[in-house]
Write a new protein. Structure first.
Length: 375
């Protein structure tokens, strides 16, 4: 029987993974059913207790209470799949634990590859991405030679501020930043989508996951979030992955691996395809992606620094300590102070760079917000 451990089970990806498993088990033969053997969440909650009871799970970890080592032990437990839906840099460590135990990692924690980069290179065949964009690329490329790729296009919704020029973003509020046009996600990832930092992280993730140089990956805005990725090949052919903006689809793909798990999600109406448009990113108003390209050109630890600074600055924005534009401006300042261009990394290198960046991001002075509030 296929067994699954879900880390971050009470979040958006975790709950939808359990929905997919439940729907599949209702129609599957007994020997084909998926067994949930472990659950982990940051906080104890009624939802976690309900999940454990419903799926008869004996191994349940509340890692804020039980501790990091207990979480890592769960991630190392023998299972067919370990779903990592934990948010942020912290998710790198259970990812490494799961991979070391030979489990297949179903990865929704993009920071694992952004911050860990080269540390994950030898494990890439054990990783199936859950991000809709990377899942789409993975589906297109799984029977292809990466050397035959001419260009990969990752799409972005553009977030709630698409079409606004930089002058209109000075007073952008937290409430405004959380109004994502197509996806329902957690607070941090929704803010990352508003700044387009999320697409910058996805660029770094795609480089690491598919062993592609950054200059072969482009970001285009597709406002309906129905086209998730496009791959152009050297022979002139193009493969496009089209699906509704529903995370249950990439989750089903990952759990099925080489087969499709049926569900009741309606496919995209092909009569709407003629309405699709692919637009350029406004790099002046949203410089996050171009900043990540500079980081990737300087060395893998720069992406680690970028991510760590963003995590601190997003929290400052949530707490109303800085303005919306200060997030990427602050990342730029922190990255500009970093000098370690090592290409071969150890885990200690990553930990050190992450800690350094968090300290710098917490200390830097951002004058923009003060100027705005003076009016």
């Amino acid at each position: 029987m296929t067994s699954v451990i879900i880390l971050g089970s009470t979040g958006s990806v975790g709950t939808q993974t359990l929905e997919v498993i439940s729907a599949f088990n209702r129609v599957a033969l007994p020997k084909e059913r998926i067994k949930v053997v472990g659950l982990a969440a940051k906080h104890d909650s009624e939802l976690l207790k309900t999940q454990a009871e419903r799926f008869q799970v004996k191994k349940v970890v509340v890692y804020e209470r039980d501790g990091r080592e207990v979480l890592l032990e769960l991630a190392k437990s023998k299972a067919t799949f370990v779903v990592n839906a934990i948010g942020g840099y912290f998710g790198l460590f259970p990812s490494l634990a799961a991979l070391s135990s030979k489990s297949t990692l179903l990865l929704a924690n993009k920071e694992t590859l952004v911050s860990g980069g080269p540390l994950l290179d030898r494990y890439l065949k054990q990783i199936i991405p859950l991000d809709s964009e990377h899942s789409s690329i993975w589906q297109i490329l799984r029977n292809e030679d990466p050397a035959d790729v001419r260009r990969v296009i990752i799409t972005a919704s553009g977030g709630p501020f698409f079409g606004k020029h930089i002058g209109q973003l000075f007073n952008a509020s937290l409430e405004d930043a959380l109004k994502h046009p197509t996806w329902s996600m957690g607070q941090v990832i929704t803010i990352n989508s508003a700044t387009l930092v999320n697409k910058a992280l996805e660029l770094a993730e795609a480089c690491a996951l598919f062993r592609l140089p950054a200059d072969k990956i482009e970001i285009k805005v597709e406002r309906t979030s129905q086209v998730h990725a496009i791959v152009e090949f050297v022979d002139g052919s193009t493969s496009v992955q089209i699906a509704p903006p529903d995370m249950r689809i990439p989750i089903s793909v990952a759990l099925g691996v080489h087969r499709r798990i049926p569900n009741e999600i309606e496919s995209v109406d092909l009569t709407d395809v003629q309405k699709l448009a692919f637009l350029n990113v406004d790099n002046q108003a949203f410089p996050a992606i171009s900043l990540m390209r500079k980081c990737l050109a300087q060395g893998p630890l720069f992406a680690t620094v970028y991510n760590a600074a963003n995590e601190i600055l997003v929290e400052k924005f949530i707490q109303n300590e800085i303005g919306f534009l200060d997030i990427v401006s602050g990342i730029d300042q922190v990255v500009g102070q970093f000098t370690n261009t090592k290409s071969k990394l150890t885990l200690e290198d990553v930990k050190s760079a992450d800690q350094w960046a968090r300290e710098r991001a917490d200390e830097i002075k951002l004058d923009l917000f003060d100027v705005i509030n003076a009016f």
